[in-house]
Write a protein that binds this ligand. Structure first.
Ligand code: NAD
Length: 525
């Protein structure tokens, strides 16, 4: 088959494709018209980040079945245009993990011993023995924000250095952290107790400027800070203040809010700042690995194997999509509901499908539920890669189909293990494609899985509804719908209230202030 390679790719990758018998057309640096012309009879396209794979570029690519991106980000590929044409887009998300991890370790040692500064001064003719006092890492606490692929590898290596390793990651289970010998803790505790802090969280609205003025104030004075993730995670002006006051003794940055940083970026002026030009993935091995991995994935797909690391939607037959579409949507919402109620890392998930839906292949529903469950942790998760990401993160997923029908013609139930607790939700599709949440833990409820839901656990005593609605009324929050379930009279009960606008943490605390209320949570679907 014909494979067009339009960006420079390591020869190791190209030879895999040639050895598989494919014709490889190398067009790195060629103008888009030439790439477009070559795509007219091509089966696959391989790119890195330079080629802009637009709808226009794909317009005449009648035979194209797969686009391989050697690397993680797919911002340069018009995914919607590719999906519309039935083209699978795949990437190599984990191929640069070791490169980014080793840069982080290099940054840590360089900060602790002020290597770049001392080297610069010796080369300038000085012999700066004074002021060269370093810090040892052994016995110090490394705090990791984001215990994913890179964070976990950093943890392993820091343990070998004799460091105590703690982490904050709201989506990682206690079991996984324990297996890594990492103490899982809150962000505030991590900030207050760490001697070195390194951040490995994704770029997302929730993580934007995660480390700002308030966070710096909570850190141990003299902390060393490393960012080899994304510039947007740190408020640069706040970091400059923290460096000025000595709150942060040194910072090592591979990434910046704006890249390259503007000449007036305040951080560049500090002697105690080490800066590199976003080179986390820039090792010969990582470049070879991305090329080898993408070549293997594309060759396997062209041979008829299922796509690996695909980032756009799988092709479900339109007739099946018609039937399963509403259930796919419901499953995703149930996953999102579960993770928001869990407020902690889920280690095991059991999904049970009951009733009439069982006659179909329900893998798209499982993938959708996992997507809902993971998307707050991994913003890039999608219906295709969700099962792989879940497995990578050590989430155990059991799926059963049961013929036994409860009170519903169909039911999707998901039970999650969070530490020692089990949390359960179930949803059903009523007539005319009306999705409902029908159970939360042992409580029967009946709520639309959309918008903002206030979920409270209460004593089953008079006055609960009056209290909650009074608080909401005082705060001008309108109730759209309300459902109540209880385990047994006089036991405990649950309210699920659909509200027109979200409640603030302060309002949640006000609701919880009543002795009638055991717990209140906001869920947004
Ligand atoms: P990953 O998805 O494997 O891990 C990210 C972890 O962050 C997950 O465990 C997730 O649960 C956690 N997380 C999500 N939201 C969080 C929050 N609000 N607070 C704390 N933790 C949160 O990703 P990865 O492959 O380890 O990559 C980590 C980061 O490194 C990403 O930002 C990625 O873009 C960046 N990266 C940079 C370079 C570079 O060249 N400097 C190279 C590779 C990756």
């Amino acid at each position: 088959m014909k494979i067009v390679v339009s960006d420079p790719l390591s020869p190791e990758g190209l030879s895999i494709l040639r050895e598989a018998g494919h014709e490889v057309v190398e067009l790195a640096g060629a103008p888009p018209e030439q790439v477009r012309a070559a795509l007219a009879d091509a089966d696959a396209l391989l790119v890195r980040s330079a080629t802009k794979v637009t709808a226009e570029l794909l317009a005449g690519a009648e035979r194209l079945r797969v686009i391989g991106r050697a690397g993680a980000g797919v911002d340069n590929v018009d995914l919607a245009a590719a999906t519309r044409r039935g083209i699978v887009v795949m990437n190599t998300p984990g191929a640069n993990t070791i490169a980014a991890c080793e840069l982080t370790m290099a940054m840590m040692l360089a900060l602790a011993r002020r290597l770049p500064q001392l080297s610069g001064r010796v080369k300038a003719g000085e012999w700066p023995k004074k002021g060269a006092m370093g810090t040892e890492l052994q016995g110090k606490q490394l705090g990791i924000i984001g215990l994913g692929r890179i964070g976990s590898e950093v943890a392993r290596r820091a343990l070998a250095f004799g460091m105590e390793v703690a982490a904050y990651d709201p989506f990682v289970s206690a079991e996984r952290a324990q297996a890594l010998e990492v103490r899982l803790t809150t962000l505030d505790d991590l900030l207050a107790t760490s001697d070195v802090l390194t951040i490995h969280a994704p770029q997302a609205p929730e993580t934007k400027r995660l480390l700002g003025t308030a966070a710096f104030a909570k850190m141990k004075k003299g902390v060393l800070l490393i960012n080899c993730a994304r510039g947007s995670l740190i408020d640069e002006a706040a970091l400059a203040d923290a460096l000025r006051s000595g709150q942060v003794a040194g910072a090592a940055l591979d990434v910046f809010e704006k890249e390259p940083p503007l000449p007036d970026c305040p951080l560049l002026a500090f002697d105690q700042v080490i800066a590199t030009p976003h080179v986390g993935a820039t090792t010969a091995e990582a470049q070879a690995t991305v090329a080898i991995e993408i070549a293997r994935q594309v060759a396997a797909y062209l041979k008829g194997e299922p796509p690996r690391n695909a980032v756009n939607a799988p092709c479900i037959e339109p007739e099946l999509l018609e039937v399963l579409g509403p259930y796919i949507d419901l499953s995703e919402r149930l996953g999102s509901l579960l993770v928001q109620l869990a407020e902690g890392g889920i280690s095991r998930l059991t999904i049970t499908y009951r009733g009439e839906i069982n006659q179909h292949d329900l893998r798209p529903l499982t993938a959708a539920l996992l997507k809902g469950l993971l998307q707050r942790a991994i913003p890039t998760v999608n219906h295709v890669n969700a099962p792989v990401i879940a497995a990578e993160r050590g989430l155990k997923v059991d799926v059963t189909k049961s013929a036994a029908v409860e009170d519903f013609a169909n039911l999707i139930a998901a039970d999650a293990r969070v530490g020692q607790r089990t949390l359960a939700v179930a949803g059903s599709m009523l007539a005319r494609h009306t999705p409902r949440i029908v159970r939360v833990d042992n409580y029967r409820v009946d709520a639309a899985p959309e918008g903002h839901l206030l979920v409270t656990r209460n004593h089953d005593r008079p006055g609960v509804i009056a209290h909650v609605s009074a608080v909401l009324a005082r705060r001008g929050i309108n109730i759209a719908d309300m459902t109540c379930g209880r385990d047994h009279p006089g036991g405990t009960s649950m309210l699920v209230i659909s509200i027109d606008s979200p409640v603030t943490p302060e309002i949640v605390r006000e609701i919880e202030a009543s002795p009638l209320i055991l717990r209140a949570q906001l869920v947004s679907l």
